[in-house]
Design a protein around this ligand. Structure first.
Ligand SMILES: *[C@@H]1O[C@H](CO)[C@@H](O)[C@H](O)[C@H]1NC(C)=O
Ligand SMILES: [Cu+2]
Length: 181
């Protein structure tokens, strides 16, 4: 009878921590529409826009434009500076409602590849900082780390953030509960 008590405590603590972890890490992941209400077009100064926010790993950029009138290329810094996309293109997005999840702590560079638009100002760079759960400068390689970036909804981000924190907390809690008897 007495022995089942720690187990009951353990499972409710588990549930509470899991829910809290989801809330906290879910709240840390933001969605930014590039250009805010103006979207992605030739009339916006994206140098100014890119200074407005602090970006973290797990955040999502949304590029909104009329499909076919613009596009979004993620490029290297030198391609960003030259606007010459014959090299240095890391990813292409053309849907008109492109969701780009910032999966790494690094500098990201984006340009529009429609003729003249990059030189005309449709380009910006941002610094993406590590989130609380991804602060280590050299993350250990994981199996599956080579998987291509996916379009993630916030839920996926939250779940990814959940694991590190909560395993640590749960480990501490279970050690305490087990040593109490
Ligand atoms: C971004 O971070 C800096 C330094 O931590 C801070 O001073 C600034 O207020 C932040 N800006 C925004 C928009 O949160
Ligand atoms: Cu364009």
């Amino acid at each position: 009878m007495e022995d089942s008590k720690p187990c009951r405590y353990f499972s409710s603590v588990c549930t509470i921590l899991a829910v809290l972890g989801l809330l906290v890490s879910g709240a840390a992941s933001e969605v930014y529409t590039v250009g805010d209400s103006d979207g992605w077009n030739s009339a916006v100064d994206y140098g100014v826009w890119s200074q407005k926010y602090n970006f973290s790993v797990g955040d999502v950029l949304v590029f909104k434009y009329v499909k076919g009138q613009h596009d979004v290329y993620e490029v290297t810094e030198s391609t960003f500076r030259s606007c010459d996309t014959s090299t240095g293109v890391l990813a292409k997005h053309t849907s008109g409602n492109d969701q780009v999840t910032l999966t790494e702590a690094k500098k990201y560079w984006f340009v529009c590849n429609v003729a003249g638009h990059c030189l005309g100002g449709m380009r910006f760079g941002i610094v993406v900082k590590g989130s609380i759960t991804a602060e280590s400068p050299a993350p250990a390689p994981q199996s599956g780390a080579l998987a291509p970036p996916q379009i993630n909804k916030n839920g996926d981000q939250a779940l990814r953030g959940l694991s590190l924190w909560d395993y640590l907390i749960l480990l501490g809690v279970s050690i305490q509960l087990c040593s109490v008897q």
